[in-house]
Design a protein around this ligand. Sequence first.
Ligand code: CMP
Length: 370
Amino acid sequence: MPSNGLATIGLLAMILNTAPAATTAQRLLLSSTVIAVSAAMIAMLAFHLWTVPGWRKRARYVASAEGMIDLASACALPFGWLIVPDPQDAQLFALVWALRYIRHASGLALFWRVMHRSRTALLSILSLFIAIFFVASSLAYIFERHAQPDAFGSIPRAMWWAIVTMTTTGYGDMLPVTIWGRLLAGWVMVGGVVMFALQAGIIATAFAAELQRRHFLHIWDLVTRVPLFQKLGAATIADIVRRLEMRDVGKGAIIVRKGEPGDTMYFVVSGEAAVQLDPAPIVLNPGSFFGEMALLFGAPRSATVVATKPSVLLVLDVADLRELAARRPELVDLIEAEARRRRDANAASQPPSTPSERTLRALAAAQVPD
Ligand code: CMP
């Protein structure tokens, strides 16, 4: 993204400008770069505001997270110059440009949602962390204050040791020397590791649950586009959604191959597929399904099916089809009726192989209804 590139250039220039080794000419170049990037940010904001039609939409943009980041990026340097007397130090306000990296990140929205959903569990861990922190620093003060009055002479001093030990950072600048102090340190270290492991577990589980929820909603959306499922109630759709998987196929992809065994059937959500039959292929549009014959009749695939456009398919496997048949027989009856119709149509379009078959077909054709 160009705006991210611009922010990177500006940030690098600002960071390099703090190096003491830079010459005057280099500083001038770096400062000019930071100023140029700031000017570009202001111009980009002005252009965006100008192109957005109507004041209401403009206000909505400025109130959005994206708009606020754009506004903060544009104002960062002018604001710095206004409140910091040293122009070199004012450039440090360019740090705000780092926010541009998260401006478009959809992953960030996911992150906030995950944090929000797991807030209760995370807050419990945090409370435990704070409780251990207070107890550990008080006990360290009690055990170590006579042996090391400089380092552990007060609880606030011991707090630094407690936080460094609980986070298992261990700078080594403060060490307990008494036996009780060391025992305490061991417990605090183990406690710290356990708490971080718990937090990581909670966040990872919440991420997995959120991704699963999004996947469920996405499949739900696809399922409701298939006419066969449209008349079903929410509970049945939810049941089906859990059983379906989405598959994206490119143009020309062979989805099923004639003669191969089959254990999945497909619903076309978007795009197009063609059943390769003689004399002409049969085109399957969104809403249709295929691959059901091998599942229902226990036979190999009756034809090759190719995606003739980039397509989105929903895949149902044989075990789930059987379960669906037990729960929603009317749904599978519809699929079965279509499978029989297709099988009969295919059989009728085959050239007769034996003389008796030829005679039977001629007789059938000769029977004209009243
Ligand atoms: P299956 O035999 O499992 O694999 C090939 C699929 O092509 C088949 O299931 C049907 O879904 C589909 N198919 C076969 N014949 C026809 C037809 N006449 N009309 C539409 N689809 C067909």
